[in-house]
Design a protein around this ligand. Structure first.
Ligand code: SF4
Length: 281
């Protein structure tokens, strides 16, 4: 069986910088991370082994360390101020591309547009952007369009991990609403995500007949890579760990494509590649 690796995959610079900061020896046993730093079980284990405590936003009252980290997914300004007000030293690991998304949503609001974020309303990145705005709507799919009823001037940004084609479909649906007179879209999908999406399209067009996508089960961008392979009618498997691989998946297959989400470390990808080589041969 031929195996092709996607030309772009694995940990992006935003996630890697946040991990490096959390693992800085000066913060050992002194750091609490608010929210999932990465959607990857192996990296979370490594962080916890280094004395990093990871909590949800709702558990802020339980923080006992001097330093508190905002993850690469970012947070609303009032969350940062709340933490500083409680006396913590805040390490802000927000990815520059997430900060750009916050700034552009605020820019649209200042220009008189009603801000619309295309994304998942329960995702930490989207919650952070919403928290900075006076009023806005989060559109996950066409069934949410009623949230912008009566709004004539709409400014659209996107969660950084969305698929551009999907965002364009939602924009087309907004444009078709009778009450919308002015629509402005600023593309805030991040370049590393676009690179990984392009690489997966290149893979499916390279005639793979099975795909393996490596990444946390709760990783939004990993799921989207998996969806692309399935949408092309190709068998695909989403695994978080090398031990999930099954030899049966590759029986009778001639060409396997491997890709990974933006929080999957290189060593996990290499383990998967090596194990598949063993299983297939
Ligand atoms: S996926 Fe993109 S926006 Fe998110 S942390 Fe990585 S580089 Fe930044």
């Amino acid at each position: 069986m031929k195996i092709t690796l996607a030309s772009a995959m694995g940990t992006c610079f935003g996630v890697q910088d946040a991990i490096d900061l959390a693992l800085d020896p000066q913060y050992r046993d002194k750091l609490t991370v608010v929210g999932q730093l990465v959607h990857n079980p192996q990296t979370v284990e490594r962080l916890e082994a280094n004395g990093v405590r990871i909590i949800e936003r709702e558990e802020i009252d339980t923080i006992q360390t001097e330093h508190v980290m905002i993850t690469a997914h970012g947070a609303a300004e009032n969350t940062k101020k709340d933490l500083e007000g409680r006396g913590y030293h805040v390490l802000d690991a927000s990815c520059p591309l997430v900060i750009r998304l916050h700034k552009l949503a605020l820019f649209l609001e200042r220009k008189g547009y009603f801000p619309v974020i295309v994304g998942q309303r329960d995702h930490v990145e989207v919650k952070g952007v919403v928290g900075d705005l006076k009023d806005c709507a989060v559109i996950g799919d066409e069934s949410d369009l009623h949230l912008i009823d009566g709004k004539p001037k709409i400014g659209v940004v996107s969660q950084t991990t969305n698929r551009l084609e999907r965002v364009n479909e939602i924009i087309a649906a907004i444009r078709n609403l009778d009450h919308v007179e002015d629509l402005r879209f600023i593309d805030t999908i991040c370049q590393p995500v676009k690179d990984r999406q392009q690489a997966i399209f290149d893979l499916v067009h390279a005639n793979i007949d099975v795909g393996v996508v490596v990444g946390g089960k709760n990783s939004s961008n990993t799921r989207k890579l998996y969806d692309v392979i399935r949408d092309h009618g190709i068998d695909a498997y989403h695994i978080a760990d090398v031990d999930e691989l099954q030899a049966d998946w590759f029986k009778g297959k001639s060409h396997l494509g491997i890709t990974a989400g933006t929080s999957t470390p290189q060593d996990v990808i290499e383990d998967v590649y090596n194990r598949i080589n063993d299983l297939a041969n």
